[in-house]
Design a binder for this molecule. Structure first.
Ligand SMILES: Cc1cc2nc3c(=O)[nH]c(=O)nc-3n(C[C@H](O)[C@H](O)[C@H](O)COP(=O)(O)OP(=O)(O)OC[C@H]3O[C@@H](n4cnc5c(N)ncnc54)[C@H](O)[C@@H]3O)c2cc1C
Length: 400
């Protein structure tokens, strides 16, 4: 990828200067000129009103793949804390990097995040790129894209992994488009091909009916977003150390098209964070009526769990899609998963079968959910669930 200035077209408007996060543009004789800080991130090209800044992309087969080395994980930070998916990807990254005989770096972008370098190191990162700037306090597409694109262009990692979260899906696709790299979204499995060394990126395809393994042969880096809770993090070890590289950036707030005026937490319950929950109580079509989700909520409340659901209930409009567990819903890995009136279709199992302990309540003794359940209760959920709630309350001393 190359970037150059078509001098006759440059009108000296200076719009490119605040757009550049790396302070890489000077004015010489009233025309823009790049200095040695330029990373070819392309932010200036998007800001230039006359098309004087031109980004030239390599065509198919023109990328020298041998120039790219190392595995990167792009960290996600929420309210000053590193998201668990980042630790999961660092753990998976270590396994893949070993096969490529390379190391694992973690990119952390945010504000006042220096303390998180130790977290990334403790979970297994060898190197941390720390980009700390007030404009990066909360995720916004434009500055994060500009900064990450520049870092990738400058350092040329071979593989870049990002969590398939709202932030990760947004950022990965923008960066991949900017650098013309291949991106496989929503992976559930990653491996390195023994012969070619290419990253094998596996994800559900055709509506979840087949698992497709995708390769990016011609472009670099090979980019993938990975679902939270699919990969296992390493045990945190605070004796691990990482090389910390502080990356200076100059981000001009005025050049960012979006401003965050206020952060409003969704208290409606539709913002359930199933992927982080330790206990999930899920309801299926066996509930018979949307109003019976109240029973699921009561059991979940009693044991401090979140409410999940099968797709049948979501499709029927009984509960918002944010609650759906499964292949086209969320992948969860709680300590305890209680399935109430769920048959256990393969697409549902795809999202919850790796839960530590599964309890299934179903009146059909042949329901496939019992094949994955550690504890199965054959019975009517309208009798079993209230009895469970009562027993738990009694044992805890909530009731006399
Ligand atoms: C491409 C694709 C993707 C899909 N993705 C997902 C996904 O992400 N998640 C998902 O869940 N599904 C998904 N599905 C749908 C899936 O195939 C099933 O249709 C769905 O999971 C069934 O939901 P259910 O178990 O609630 O309903 P049902 O299959 O109708 O099962 C209801 C169960 O409740 C039991 N029951 C009834 N009454 C009672 C009672 N009173 N007490 C106890 N038990 C009772 C019945 O015995 C039955 O086993 C997908 C399908 C396709 C084709």
């Amino acid at each position: 990828m190359a970037i150059y200035i078509d001098k006759p077209k440059c009108i000296g408007c200076k719009m490119c200067i605040p757009a550049c996060p790396y302070g890489a543009i000077d004015m010489v004789d009233d025309k823009a000129e790049f200095n040695e800080n330029c990373t070819s991130c392309g932010a200036c090209a998007y800001a230039c009103p006359t098309g004087a800044i031109v980004l030239e992309m390599a065509g198919k087969g023109e990328v020298d793949t041998s120039e790219y080395e190392g595995l990167w994980v792009v960290g996600e930070i929420n309210d000053g804390r590193m998201a668990m998916v980042t630790a999961e990807l660092i753990g998976e990254g270590r396994r893949l990097a070993e096969k490529r005989d390379t190391d694992v770096s973690c990119v952390l972008m945010g504000h006042e995040i220096g303390h998180l370098a130790d977290r990334a190191a403790g979970y297994g990162a060898d190197r941390v790129f720390l980009v700390d700037h007030p404009a990066l306090k909360r995720y916004r597409t434009q500055p994060f894209t500009d900064v990450l694109t520049g870092l990738i262009n400058r350092n040329k990692p071979e593989i870049v992994l990002i969590g398939a979260t709202s932030m990760g899906r947004d950022l990965a696709s923008r960066v991949a488009a900017r650098i013309k790299a291949g991106l496989t979204a929503d992976c559930t499995e990653l491996s390195i091909n023994d012969e070619t060394g290419l990253l094998e990126q596996t994800r559900p395809a055709f509506g979840g009916n087949v698992m497709a393994t995708i390769l990016c042969e011609f472009t670099r880096p090979q980019m993938a977003t990975v679902r939270p809770k699919v990969m296992k993090p390493l045990e945190f070890d605070d004796s691990r150390e990482a090389e910390v590289i502080e990356v200076p950036v100059e981000i001009n707030e005025k050049s960012i098209a979006t401003k965050i005026l206020e952060v409003v937490k969704d208290e409606s319950g539709s913002d359930v964070n199933l992927t982080e929950a330790d206990i999930i109580v899920s309801g299926g079509r066996g509930l018979g009526d949307p109003k019976h989700f109240a029973l699921i909520e009561e059991l979940a409340d009693t044991i401090g769990g979140a409410v999940g659901a099968s797709r049948a209930t979501v499709d029927a409009g009984w509960i918002p899609a944010t609650h759906q567990v499964g292949q086209t819903g969320k992948t969860v890995h709680p300590k305890l998963y209680i399935a109430c009136g769920i048959s256990g279709a393969v697409q549902h199992l795809a999202g919850m079968s790796s839960s530590d302990v599964i309890v299934a309540i179903n009146k059909d003794p042949d329901a496939p959910i019992f094949n994955v359940a550690h504890y199965g209760i054959v019975g009517d959920l309208f009798e079993v669930v209230p009895a469970m709630i009562e027993a738990i309350k009694q044992r805890r001393g909530d009731t006399a």
